[in-house]
Design a protein. Structure first.
Length: 146
């Protein structure tokens, strides 16, 4: 029996700081963000007769625009840069913790916690309240995160 061929992973190198983000890379990153939102097990839940609620779409915790330096004339900036600057995150580097994933220990060297919220709604779609949760991202590896 022939072995099933697994497609090679396509890795896009991260652009250097200050570089304009190439469009294919930006599209890949937007797709990753959309995938994370779609995988959220707490949002977009259907009507629950027990709690008499449903949940709405995930919203990232954004801060109001800060006094950012003006982009020099003639320099084109990717439109998502302003949004990225406004996302509230907590970061811990040199984290050095072990997480267990699928029964296997993972060395997590850096972790980031990103707040998000979603509406909890009644049967008519009216927002009863907003619930805040956190997306926790850990970067695993042996040497990274220096």
């Amino acid at each position: 029996m022939a072995k099933k061929q697994v497609p090679a992973l396509h890795v896009v190198p991260r652009p250097q700081a200050g570089a304009q983000i190439p469009q294919p890379h930006a599209d890949d990153m937007m797709a990753l963000g959309e995938l994370v939102c779609r995988l959220n097990p707490y949002t977009d839940l259907p009507w629950d007769a027990t709690t008499k609620t449903r949940t709405g779409k995930m919203e990232v915790g954004m801060f109001p625009p800060a006094d950012l330096p003006v982009v020099p004339q003639g320099v084109q900036q990717a439109p998502q840069i302003d949004a990225i600057r406004r996302i509230g995150i907590e970061a811990e580097r040199n984290y050095g913790a072990k997480w267990t994933f699928k029964g296997q220990p993972q060395n997590v060297k850096a972790a980031f916690r990103i707040p998000y919220r979603f509406p909890v709604q009644d049967e008519h779609g009216r927002t009863l309240y907003w619930q805040t949760e956190y997306l926790l991202i850990g970067y695993a590896g042996e040497q990274g995160g220096g």
